[in-house]
Design a protein around this ligand. Structure first.
Ligand code: SAM
Length: 324
């Protein structure tokens, strides 16, 4: 069986951007009440006494926008200083990175993914609902200067919106060791946009890039499902996350914990989730929670999506709520 050692932790469901594909402008999202969000102490108790003893050693902090979370720097410090933590990373929209990057680095964070769907300020505004391209770019440059490594840029490709920019985005990997991750658009969040625009498969992106620059397979492996390539002689790499066109369930090494404490075994299948927050707050012993999580791990390969409901599925929560 695949080793499940990677936990993605959503720290907050709110975001300061409103990406079309994730939180459509007219969506009425039910935000989690502040008191329902797991505190730093609760998260640390779960990490140290439930997940690490079960063999988890890789953690990603995400959201919503994790840089909006109060006490983030302290949380990063506590997770990073645990000797069992082999890898700690964070996914952000980059807006607050120029301000917070240094404190996060000093707290022990070394790996960062920044969402950047466009190099064109107008398209960026259309996609994110915010006129903040320059500030995000400055955040990326700050992260680069601080030495975050690997520094990855996440791109969700939407046909007719940013698909003309694939070559320019891929070219960002040539002169700097930046790793561009092209993510297939999923029907989570804005299903209307998904139905209307559709998605672009990674194979056709690779073809375009290969025709222009050439493309070779890279030896670089991450924690994730990305298929990693590189432009010959480029300093960085190109990864393709193809959850729509390929099934990588058999390689899946992760669980997801939402900001309100629901542990989710599979992004694309909502069954099997367990409510760790209520258990914690009603005094269930950490050893008992460990057993519940172990039971879920035993079931995970059965729960994994494996294309079973392809095309017919709608999801209750957006990526900002699940933790993207
Ligand atoms: N706020 C942070 C950010 O912007 O990166 C972290 C949270 S965001 C939900 C995490 C990732 O999920 C982003 O890279 C985003 O592009 C991706 N995402 C959100 N909705 C998606 C969808 N429907 N399909 C594919 N990726 C999606």
């Amino acid at each position: 069986m695949n080793v499940i050692d990677y936990l993605r932790i959503s720290l907050i469901d709110r975001c300061n951007f409103q990406c079309q594909y994730c939180m459509p402008a007219d969506a009425e999202l039910d935000y989690i009440q502040a008191q329902e969000i797991l505190s730093n102490d609760e998260l640390i108790a779960l990490v140290n006494h439930v997940f690490i003893p079960l063999g988890f050693s890789k953690f990603r902090l995400t959201g919503g926008e994790p840089l909006l979370r109060r006490g983030l720097v302290n949380l990063v410090q506590q997770i990073s200083e645990n000797p069992q933590t082999q890898d700690l990373s964070l996914t952000t929209n980059g807006y607050l990175l120029a301000d917070l990057g240094r404190s996060l680095y000093e707290a022990g964070l070394r790996r960062i993914n920044i969402s950047l769907d466009s190099l064109d300020a107008n398209i960026f505004r259309q996609l994110t609902g915010r006129n903040h391209w320059q500030k995000v770019w400055n955040g990326i440059l700050t992260a680069h200067e601080l030495g975050f490594n690997p520094l990855k840029l996440n791109v969700v490709v939407i046909p007719g919106v940013n698909d003309r920019e694939i070559l320019d985005l891929a070219a960002l990997s040539i002169d700097r060791a930046w790793h561009i991750r092209f993510i297939e658009f999923m029907p989570i969040g804005n299903t209307e946009l998904f139905t209307y625009k559709g998605w672009v498969d990674s194979a056709s992106l690779r073809q375009q890039i290969s025709d222009r620059f050439g493309l070779e397979s890279s030896n670089c492996f991450g924690n994730g499902p990305a298929d990693v390539w590189k432009i010959p002689n480029a300093k960085g790499t190109l990864g393709f996350i193809s959850q729509m066109s390929e099934c990588f369930c058999d390689r899946c090494n992760r669980l997801r914990l939402s900001a309100d404490g629901w542990l989710r075994p599979c992004l694309l299948n909502e069954s099997g989730q367990i409510d760790l927050k209520t258990a914690l707050r009603t005094g269930v012993e950490l050893s008992e929670l460990r057993q519940q999580v172990q039971d879920l791990l035993n079931l995970k390969s059965e729960i994994n999506f494996k294309e079973r409901d392809r095309g017919n599925k709608t999801y209750q929560r957006t990526m900002s709520q699940i933790g993207g």
